[in-house]
Every structure is written in structure tokens, then in C-alpha cells.
Write a protein that binds this ligand. Structure first.
Ligand code: PHE
Length: 322
């Protein structure tokens, strides 16, 4: 009986030092495991006089229950807190962080904006859903004009379109700003084109407009040359080809030579007097030039991308290269 008391006493001392579930497991093995102190004590029964056996057995069982209950109680006490401590496994590898970056077209747009800002231009914005008036009429393209066929338009209603170019921003700016004017207007434009390597139903342009009492076609050529050199380096060449746009006269298309090939960038020309009249600027007093730029084309030329659709498919294998 003394022995049982000793086991109990030593257990009472041990149990207060337990700090976690593995300490607890050690105690369980020490006392009630297969070779534990209590388990061993049961083998003493055979040496005890018969009349004392029941009392001893009962006392030992009480001791065993006492120990097992306390072990369980302690274990439940650790419960959640010890579990969540185990769940924080500092040896696990860290989670990979993915850093985003600007889309290549936005990167190119940002470069274009920086270059023109350094030339003294400010950046303007206009709606992508436009009225027929701003997209066509005010730009000297009346309803019957064959030039409307030049641009396959996505109509929302008879009078509302998805803008086919950024030129309507010219009108919006001239309506609100007296000359001198020196702006660019980047943005998305839409045409009813079937997608292929060089066509997409939406793409990106930058409009340029300069109005003052002195500007000439030479200024227009100069600014486009200067832009090409800044964008593509000193070896880039620019060529102008006579062309037609209803809102400029004379008009030209221009190409940039870079990486061993010519790429058509867009059109340009001197602001047509009818456009000035539409915004109530006196064509006798002022002159102006305007130009467009295809951002997607510039990006294709700069990065040697052969298919415009790659810009819009969101394939990370493509986008991560920029
Ligand atoms: N808006 C014309 C186009 O999209 C380009 C252009 C802009 C031409 C400005 C002349 C002046 O094709």
C-alpha cells in the first residue's frame, strides 16, 4: 500500500512540470505504459496474501484511474493552444510572392507620354464611347462621305459609336481651349476588324495636336523625327508618304525604320480649315498639325513582336518577358 502511495506522490510532483503534449506522453509511458510503474505494481498482486488481494487491487485501480484522469484532463487543457502551436511549422518553405508589372502596351504608352511631356505637350483624355459628331462630323467627315468606309465602325446607335480613332479628342480639346494648344491623347480605339497577326477589333492610339499662329509642316516632321529618335534610338529613320485624311490637308502617312524594317505608325497632316471652323477657331489666324500613332505597332516594332493578338491573350509566358 505504501508503494501505491509513493507512485501517486511521485506522479503528483511530475504532473506539475508538464509543459506540452510530448511531456505528457512521457508521463503516460512512465506510469501507465506497458512497463510503467502502475502496470508493474499489478504484478505484485500474486505475492500478496489472498485476503488482502481485493483491497490492494481496488486501491491500485483507484490510483490508475486517478493518474489516467489527470493525464486526460491535462491533455484537454493543452487542447487548441498546443495544437495551433504545433500547426505553426517554421521549417515549411515560404509562400512564393508574385509581383505584378505593367502591361507592355502601358509601358510603351508611358514612354510616349514621357517623351512628349519633355517636348512641352500635356496629356488629355476623351471618351471611348463617342458621338457620330465628334468621331466623324466635326472632323470633316459628313454622313455621306466615302471616307467613312475607311474605318469599319462599331455602332451602338445610329449616332453613338465606339470611337474608331483618338482624333475626336482634337475636337473636344479645341472646343475648350483657346490656342496655343500642344497636347497628346492616348487611348483605346475600336474597329470592326477580324483579328489576325496585325489586326485587332480594339487597339491603342496616341493623338497629337499642336495649334498656334506659326506652326508648319516642317514642325510636324521635326517633332515626329525627334520622337522616333527618343523612342527607337539615333539610328531610327522616319519617312513620310503623301496620303489622305478628311481632317488634315496636306496629309501623310509615316513609317519608322528600326531593327532592319519599315513599320507604318499612322497618319498626320495640317489641321483642315473645316475642322477649325467646326470648333470656331479662325483658320486665317491659326494653323495646326495633328498626328496619330499606333501604340501597339510601336510596341511590336520596339520589342519585335510579330502578332498583335499576343498583347491581349494574357499569357504570362509572353507578358513576363517585359
Ligand atoms: N485618325 C487617323 C487614323 O486613325 C490618324 C490621323 C491622326 C491622321 C491625325 C491625321 C491626323 O487613321
Amino acid at each position: 500500500m505504501d508503494q501505491i502511495d509513493k507512485i501517486k506522490e511521485s506522479f503528483d510532483i511530475d504532473i506539475v512540470t508538464v509543459k506540452n503534449t510530448s511531456d505528457l506522453e512521457q508521463l503516460r509511458v512512465k506510469y501507465v505504459g506497458r512497463k510503467g510503474l502502475v502496470t508493474n505494481a499489478f504484478s505484485l498482486i500474486k505475492d500478496i496474501p489472498n485476503q488482502d488481494k481485493p483491497k490492494f487491487g481496488a486501491e491500485l485501480n483507484k490510483c490508475k484511474n486517478y493518474i489516467e484522469n489527470l493525464l486526460t484532463e491535462k491533455k484537454n487543457g493543452f487542447g487548441e493552444s498546443s495544437q495551433s502551436k504545433d500547426a505553426l511549422d517554421l521549417s515549411l518553405p515560404g509562400r512564393k510572392q508574385f509581383f505584378g508589372r505593367k502591361h507592355p502596351l502601358i509601358q510603351v504608352e508611358d514612354q510616349i507620354k514621357d517623351i512628349f511631356r519633355s517636348f512641352g505637350f500635356s496629356v488629355e483624355d476623351g471618351p471611348e464611347i463617342e458621338t457620330d459628331y465628334y468621331n466623324f462630323e466635326a472632323l470633316n467627315i459628313p454622313k455621306s462621305h466615302p471616307a467613312r468606309a475607311m474605318q469599319d465602325t462599331l455602332y451602338i446607335t445610329e449616332d453613338i459609336v465606339l470611337r474608331t480613332h483618338t482624333s475626336p479628342v482634337q475636337i473636344r480639346v479645341m472646343e475648350n481651349t483657346p490656342p496655343p494648344i500642344r497636347i497628346i491623347a492616348p487611348g483605346r480605339v475600336y474597329r470592326r476588324d477580324t483579328p489576325d497577326a496585325t489586326h485587332s477589333p480594339f487597339f491603342h492610339q496616341v493623338e497629337g495636336l499642336v495649334v498656334s499662329d506659326t506652326v508648319t509642316f516642317a514642325d510636324l516632321k521635326g517633332i515626329i523625327q525627334a520622337f522616333a529618335h527618343r523612342m527607337f534610338g539615333k539610328d531610327a529613320k522616319v519617312r513620310f508618304r503623301p496620303s489622305f485624311f478628311p481632317f488634315t490637308e496636306p496629309s501623310a502617312e509615316y513609317d519608322v525604320w528600326f531593327n532592319g524594317k519599315w513599320m507604318e505608325i499612322s497618319g498626320c497632316g495640317m489641321v483642315h480649315p473645316n475642322v477649325f471652323r467646326a470648333v470656331k477657331i479662325d483658320p486665317q489666324k491659326y494653323s495646326g498639325y495633328a498626328f496619330g500613332m499606333g501604340i501597339d505597332r510601336i510596341a511590336m516594332l520596339k520589342y519585335n513582336v510579330r502578332d498583335i493578338r499576343l498583347f491581349f491573350e494574357n499569357d504570362l509566358r509572353f507578358l513576363q518577358q517585359f
